[in-house]
Design a protein around this ligand. Structure first.
Ligand code: MG
Length: 157
């Protein structure tokens, strides 16, 4: 088996929807980005790509390309899974940590888990999602942005 790690950050701004793990979360701020800025899916994509030694999300889906403007990050995740499949791999398991001071993420975790499992065509038990605050410290603590970390194991099919 092979392991990969991913990390991403997006800025919180007014006038944008907040998408995390493919779920739209009610909040007065949303994440800014070329795509829907789903920071957790981006970290997961980088973990999966890293595990397969297939570069990173910016390499495959450059933000200079207008076809990715406003794109649903679930489309990117499905494409990453297709790339893994094409290269002879399937997901073992993944584990995501979202760092956000607000809003409360925990109530949304079961729906996020179901959403990602559907995108990756796997059992929800292979997809762990966790959330933490940073105790009001740093940019996440000041609610300037949200960060996410992910690790993924992949195995040969
Ligand atoms: Mg990103």
């Amino acid at each position: 088996m092979r392991i990969g790690f991913g990390y991403d950050v997006h800025r919180l701004v007014t006038g944008r929807d907040l998408w995390l793990c493919g779920v739209k979360i009610p909040h007065e701020l949303g994440l800014l980005g070329h795509s829907d800025a789903d920071v957790a899916i981006h970290a997961l994509c980088d973990a999966l790509l890293g595990a397969a030694c297939l570069r990173d999300i910016g390499y495959h889906f450059p933000d200079s390309d207008s076809k990715y403007k406003g794109i649903d990050s679930r489309v990117l995740l499905r494409e990453v899974c297709r790339l893994l499949d094409e290269n002879g791999y399937r997901l073992g398991n993944c584990d995501i940590t979202i760092c956000a001071e607000r809003p409360k993420i925990n109530p949304h975790i079961p729906s996020m888990q179901a959403e990602l499992a559907q995108c990756m065509n796997c059992e929800p038990g292979r997809v762990s999602i966790k959330a933490t605050t940073t105790e009001k410290l740093g940019f996440t603590g000041r609610e300037e942005g949200i960060s996410a970390y992910a690790v993924a194991l992949i195995e040969p099919k």
